[in-house]
Design a protein around this ligand. Structure first.
Ligand SMILES: [Zn+2]
Length: 273
């Protein structure tokens, strides 16, 4: 499932593929339920003629700011990649991947194609992205994401820290895989009640979060360079093994696979306390 590094990789891909400055001349929406707001008809009408001003990200959401008729103010196309979504910009004449559900026609004979095998992706067109986004913490890749911010998010919460790391209002963009990796890097058990973490541990956890995300992004940056124009949409960018026979890269002991709030969780019981 795309998490912050995958969505940020997609954002960087779209910029490098030249999306800013392109005008959307129409759209073919193959699965109407993907459109959250407004109606399908108004969605396509509102997009058409819009020039992409910038591509930004909030948590796991991509924001394509559009401007109409030379104006810089216009609606924003908000994209959530869901479980299996990915975006490509390809020449119109190139055959489309069979899992492309939606196509946005661009003014240079290319197409922005939204692949979405399981159809869990979502699209919104809105004048203010705040109206459609859930509460999101400051971005964990920004300078504003400090130990204090993380402590405030976890403060007084007795739930297992792993479960809380998945709350987008505490660490926006975090998902299951990078939550496990962050806890592994920090040496903290996913089952620890968040309110019982010391300040030192929270500081280590914050560092683990930042390291897990930036390490993944570096791999994606290299992959885009090496495999352009068709870089990977997903890479395994974590150090903790995610299979039953896995061995801890730190101590050589067996990895435990458990469920925390129904989410598959991998950790080393020896290294993570
Ligand atoms: Zn270990």
């Amino acid at each position: 499932m795309p998490e912050l590094p995958e969505v940020e990789n997609t954002r960087r891909y779209l910029i490098e593929a030249g999306l800013p400055g392109r005008t959307i001349t129409g759209a073919d929406i193959g699965w109407a339920k993907t459109i959250q707001t407004p109606s399908l008809e108004d969605f396509v009408l509102g997009l058409t003629g819009g020039t992409v001003q910038e591509v930004t990200r909030r948590g796991k959401y991509l924001l394509l700011k559009l401007g109409h008729n030379g104006s810089k103010t216009g609606p924003t196309l908000v994209v959530h990649l869901g479980m299996t979504g990915g975006l490509r910009i390809q020449p119109a004449k190139q055959p489309a991947h069979p899992m492309v559900r939606h196509t946005f026609f661009l003014d240079d004979k290319t197409e922005l194609r939204f692949q979405d095998g399981r159809k869990f992706g979502k699209l919104w067109l809105t004048n203010d992205a705040k109206d459609v986004l859930p509460p999101l913490s400051v971005d964990p890749l920004s300078e504003g994401f400090t130990s204090k911010v993380l402590r405030d998010g976890l403060d007084g919460r007795s739930a297992p820290v792993k479960a809380l790391l998945l709350e987008q209002s505490i660490v926006s963009g975090m998902g299951n895989l990078y939550a496990d990796e962050s806890l592994f890097l920090a040496g903290i058990s996913p089952l620890r009640p968040a309110s019982k973490l010391s300040l030192k541990e929270i500081s280590r956890l914050k560092d683990g979060i930042v390291t897990s995300l930036t390490t993944a992004l570096e791999k994606y940056d290299q992959d885009r360079k090496g495999h352009w124009p068709d870089p990977a949409m997903g890479l395994s960018s974590w150090s903790i093994p995610r299979e039953k026979t896995g061995v801890c890269p730190r101590c050589g002991g067996p990895i435990s696979m458990i469920r925390v709030r129904a989410r598959g969780t991998c950790f080393c019981p020896k290294c993570q306390k």
